[in-house]
Design a protein around this ligand. Sequence first.
Ligand SMILES: [Zn+2]
Length: 434
Amino acid sequence: MPGANGRTTIIRGGTLIDGSGQSPVQNDAIVLDGDRIRSVGVLPPDVNAEDPESVRTIDASGKWIMPGLIDGHCHLSFGQPAMPGLNIARGTVSSEFSTIRAARNAQTVLRSGVTSVCVPGGTWFIDVAVREAINAGLIEGPRVYCAGRFIVTYGSIADNEPSWVGTPEHVNGKLCNNVTDMVTEVRRQCKHGVNFIKMADSTWGDIQTISREELTAVAEEAHRRNARITIHSRGADSTRAAAEAGFDWILHADLATESDLDAVAEAGVRIMPTLTFLEHAAEYGRDFGRSEREVDQMKYNLEGGARVLQRARELGLKVLSGTDSGNSPVMPYGELHANEPGIMVKYGGYTPLEAISACTRDNAFVVGLEDDVGVIEPGKLADMLLLTKDPVADISVLKGGRNLDLVIKAGKVVDRNGLRNAPDDPLRIVPDAC
Ligand SMILES: [Zn+2]
C-alpha cells in the first residue's frame, strides 16, 4: 500500500548498519512510505514488490546502508572557505552574497551524504533563512538546526577588532559585556527564529572570558524561550562552569581535566570535541596563513582533546560528532563532515560502530530530532546512505562522500549530479591532500 503521497520505495538487500550501535545485519527489505520508514526486515505482505506502478525498488545488494550523516558542527554562513575572486578571510560584508553562498554550501554538504547539520553560529540570520528555504523546498540542503551570532565578551573568540570597531553585523560574534545585554541578545535571536543560542569563551581556552553569573543568566533565558544553549569552551574552568550552569552541550572542552569531566558527567551534559578542525588545521593550516604559534597551539589542544575523548568514553559521557567545517579557509565543505568518527576511533579508542552511532543516533540531539533521525527503524524519517564499501571495517570509508552510492533525504534520492569540487567549481579550493 503506498504512502500518503502515493510513493513507496523498497531498498532490497545489502548490509544494514542501523545507527543504533547493533552489529550490521543482512537486510531483506526497508520500506519507505513518503518521507518515513515504514518497515525494516521482512517485506510486509501488502507491499507488492512486483508492481512498478506503485513501488520503486532500489537494489542495495553488495552495498552498505546506514543513516544519513549528521555533522553536529558546521558553519554555513561565515563566508568561508576562501574562493577565487573573493579575497576576504573574515566573511564577506554583503549579507546578500553571503546568503546565496550559504545556500550553495548547504547543497554541497547534502551531496556529501550529510542529511542534517547543526550550525552553531553564523552571520546575520542567514542560517535561519537557509533553513527556511530548505524546508520550503526552494533550495536543496540538509535539515538545518541553527544558532545566530555567538554571544561574546571582550577577549572571546570572534572579538577580533579593536574595541572602537566592535563586532559589526558581518562578524560571527556579537559583543555583549554584561548580563542585560546578553539576555537582550538572546531575546532578539529567539525572535528571529534561531533554534539555540551559542556563547563563546576564549579562542584557545587559556582564559575564561564569561562569568558563571553570565552563563547561568543566558542559559535560563534561552531555556525559558524553548531554545537550547551551547558554548565554544576549550578551557577547564569555562567547561565546568557551563556544565553547572545547565548548558545542553559543550563544544570542544579540550583542556578539561578529569575532575572537570566528572562535573560534566554529573550534570549529564554532552560534549562535542570537534577535533577534526584541530587535526586538519594543524596539518594544513600553514598553507592557509596560520602561524607556527597557532599550529603549535592546535597540536596542544588536540592532545588535550584526545585525553578528553578517552576519559569521556571511560565515563560513559555522551560524545557528539562535529567537524567545524566552514569555520575558516582550511575547512572546506563536503570533505570533512565524516572525519570525526575516524578521530574518535584513532584518538579515543571508540569502535567504528560507536563512532557511527555518535554521528547518527547521538547527533540527532543537536538537530532537535532525537525521535526522528539518526537510526533506521520504523517511523523515523527516511534519511539514509548507500555505500559501496564497509565503514565498520574501515571508518575512513565515510570521508568526503567518496564511497557514496546514494543519498536519500526524506525518502527522496538526492540528485548528486554536478558534484562538488569539479575542476570548474568556484568552491574548489580544497588542497589535493584533503
Ligand atoms: Zn565552530
